[in-house]
Design a protein around this ligand. Structure first.
Ligand SMILES: [Zn+2]
Length: 497
């Protein structure tokens, strides 16, 4: 039984889709005018884990995540760049998809774009006009909040509270056209020279909120099983989606509302205007994308995620201790996976050994943690126990005359498969990841891989000539640089200390 906190009822409750066995999931996607930042990474890792967990629990999930490719921020940035708005939006949509893939997120089943759903948006606005939930004013169309008595139910506020907040954010012209200060635009007239589309109400652009109601209905029907997004979307975006969708259909819009917490830096919500903004790409230059993924899972998805970094005297960012720690965990994960994969066949025998509890119980522990409001920190604690168990298994196999049973090894392999299935971790080739981490650490320490390989070759030559003093001196000089040599039957390998 999966239980998730529901924003509408403000309680943890069982996730019960309308049609048993199926889950219609809609998540608000990005506005594509810039690169994805850590806030996006966190948000979409949360819903990726949710979708993976639902699927691993046997549900047939349809995952829809939109792309907002019509927006004032896109127009502004395109004008600054001197390029067409759609070209800018398409470019950043591609960058965004690349970044999400590098984080290990599965692609949504449907990724609808606003620019491709204008007919559905027109139809929904017309339906709201027909039902007197909306009105036309000077080429704009507004939703009349007073026509929808339960307006405010998601964000747990009432219309009197909204008057103050809403009236501050709109210009005087717009205020004069509205019947109630909290009324919001479904369609905005576009002045000449500004991007616009012809509509039954004149040339203009859709309001932001209407797109999600129109696109979710187009791809999932009138009632969704689960809608997700950042906490900042509860009001007004999701509140408005409910008003639009329920106003038009007369049916409940969504059975379960999930919202994730912010990324905070210096206890402040991460935002570009504060100058403390890191794109996902900038972070991927410094650490493995999978370490970024891991880091976002270290706190509960509803809690704020605080990011720390270190600075040099000139104020340049020198490091991210939390990412570095996460990367150490990822390196440990892959080193463990590599050990398990390279157990010699002669050490694994057909014997009815019982797996250690950390291995045998891992899949259940993982599922149970995620069932309980997607508790990823608890899932990572179970992972930590599992990896310890697998290392002990490898130690036992590699001990003098050591052997382990096939069932035990199979259980450990299944654990890795479950880890990938539910958390999206550990799916890459272990050797590739470990070498990449090593070479990045070496470069950060000013050590080049080619230089180390040359030194290893020189040491081999020195030993062949029985010049052990020189061989030892080469080793010592590498140790000084943080390079550790490992002599094995297949030659010498190296790691960074
Ligand atoms: Zn949305």
């Amino acid at each position: 039984m999966i239980r998730l906190y529901d924003t509408l009822t403000a309680e943890k409750k069982p996730f019960e889709p309308q049609e048993p066995g199926k889950a219609k999931v809609y998540v608000c996607g990005p506005t594509v005018y810039d690169f994805a930042h850590l806030g996006h990474a966190r948000c979409y890792v949360v819903y990726d884990v949710l979708v993976r967990h639902l699927r691993a629990s046997g549900l047939a999930v349809t995952y829809v995540r939109n792309v907002t490719d019509i927006d004032d921020k896109i127009l502004k940035r395109a004008a600054e760049n001197g390029e067409l708005p759609q070209a800018l939006a398409d470019r950043f949509t591609e960058h965004y998809r690349e970044d999400m893939a590098r984080l290990g997120n599965v692609a949504p089943d449907v990724e609808p774009k606003v620019s491709e759903h204008l007919p559905q948006i027109f139809a929904l606005i017309q339906s709201l006009l027909d039902k007197d939930h909306a009105y036309v004013a000077d080429g704009d169309v507004y939703f009349a909040v007073e026509s929808f008595p339960s307006y405010g139910k998601l964000s747990h506020r009432d219309l009197t509270q909204m008057k103050a907040g809403a009236s501050e954010r709109v210009d005087a012209d717009q205020s004069a056209r509205k019947r109630h200060p909290a009324d919001f635009a479904l369609w905005k007239a576009a002045p000449d020279g500004v991007q616009g589309w012809d509509s039954p109400w004149g040339r203009g652009r859709p309001g932001w909120h209407i797109e999600c109601s129109a696109m979710s209905q187009a791809h999932l029907g009138e009632t969704l099983d689960l809608h997700g997004g950042g906490l900042d979307l509860v009001f007004p975006h999701h509140e408005n989606e409910i008003a639009q969708s329920e106003g038009a259909s007369g049916k409940p819009y969504c059975r379960h509302w999930v919202h994730n917490g912010f990324v905070e830096v210096d206890k402040t919500k991460m935002s570009k205007s504060l100058g403390n903004f890191f794109t996902a790409r900038e972070l991927f230059e410094r650490v493995e994308p999978e370490a970024v993924r891991y880091f976002t899972m270290t706190v509960h998805y509803r809690a704020p995620l605080n990011l720390d970094w270190t600075l040099d005297d000139a104020g340049n960012v020198t490091g991210f201790p939390q990412f570095e720690e996460a990367e150490r965990r990822i390196a440990y994960l892959y080193a463990t996976k590599q050990r398990l994969e390279s157990l010699p066949a002669a050490r694994v025998i057909d014997r009815p050994d019982v797996p250690a509890p950390e291995i045998a119980g891992f899949q259940k522990a993982l599922a149970a943690a995620l069932d309980d409001d997607l508790n990823m920190p608890i899932a990572l604690a179970a992972l930590s126990d599992f990896l310890k168990g697998v290392n002990e298994l490898c130690d036992a196999a590699m001990a003098k005359k050591g052997k382990v049973g096939t069932k035990v090894v199979a259980a450990a392999r299944e654990g890795f498969a479950a880890l990938h299935g539910r958390l999206g971790l550990g799916a890459q080739d272990a050797r590739t990841v470990l070498l990449r981490i090593r070479d990045r650490r070496a470069a950060a320490a000013g050590v080049s891989a080619a230089e180390v390989e040359q030194a290893i070759a020189d040491r081999v030559a020195a030993r062949a000539e029985k010049d052990f003093a020189r061989a030892d001196a080469i080793r010592a000089s590498l140790t000084e640089k943080g390079v550790e040599l490992h002599d094995g039957p297949d030659g010498t390998t190296w790691t960074m200390a």
